[in-house]
Design a protein around this ligand. Sequence first.
Ligand code: AKG
Ligand code: FE2
Length: 231
Amino acid sequence: MLFSDADVPRVREEIAPGAVWLPGWLTIPQQAWLARQCAQWAAGPVPIRSATVRGHPMSVKTVCVGWHWRPYAYSRDAVDVNGQRVVEFPKWMVRLGRRIVADATGDEDRALAYTPDTALINFYDVQARMGMHQDKDEKSLAPVVSLSIGDTCTFRFGNTENRNRPYRDIALASGDVFVFGGPSRLAFHGVQKIHAESAPDGCGVEHGRWNITMRETGFADSRPAPSPVVS
Ligand SMILES: O=C(O)CCC(=O)C(=O)O
Ligand SMILES: [Fe+2]
């Protein structure tokens, strides 16, 4: 096919106003470190699971940090899984999110004001997909910062009106970062395809793809974090 995903040059690009693709932003060791974190989060206290949407399990499996997402709500406890509280949002992820927003926008003040408090960590096997949707369960319209590790996917980034054209198909590869904020914060987007056997050596994933999307929920704490158990 002429001008398929594979022919698009892998250079930084503003895909739509407020939506920036930063190919190869994460080094291979950073990818491997993040992949290990993802595997740890997947193990619990809330195990990774396929969320149920309108009675059907999603093909993607999701685990959360900071706030637990279920269609179409956030809570501190995984009320649709095992009732456990999700792990605290890590401070290093706030720092990482700020660095990425600074790089994507060139606006240091905006980056410093960015305080993500939840992340959805998605695992795609080669069959998994994610239909076109808006990320609109958050109250805050601060940017979504997305990280990809493992197999390349075809990511479809559309418009704020509907699931149809205009959209762009982008090959998000291991180490790529994608930020969508401002006028693109509520754009429809989805994952059309996972490209089997495309993960680079050393990225920490042999088969499949991890995606981390950090967000600001804009929600106040419903109750304080539990104090650490002293044994
Ligand atoms: O996997 C991706 O790149 C996108 C994930 C996504 O859109 C979501 O978790 O809401
Ligand atoms: Fe999304």
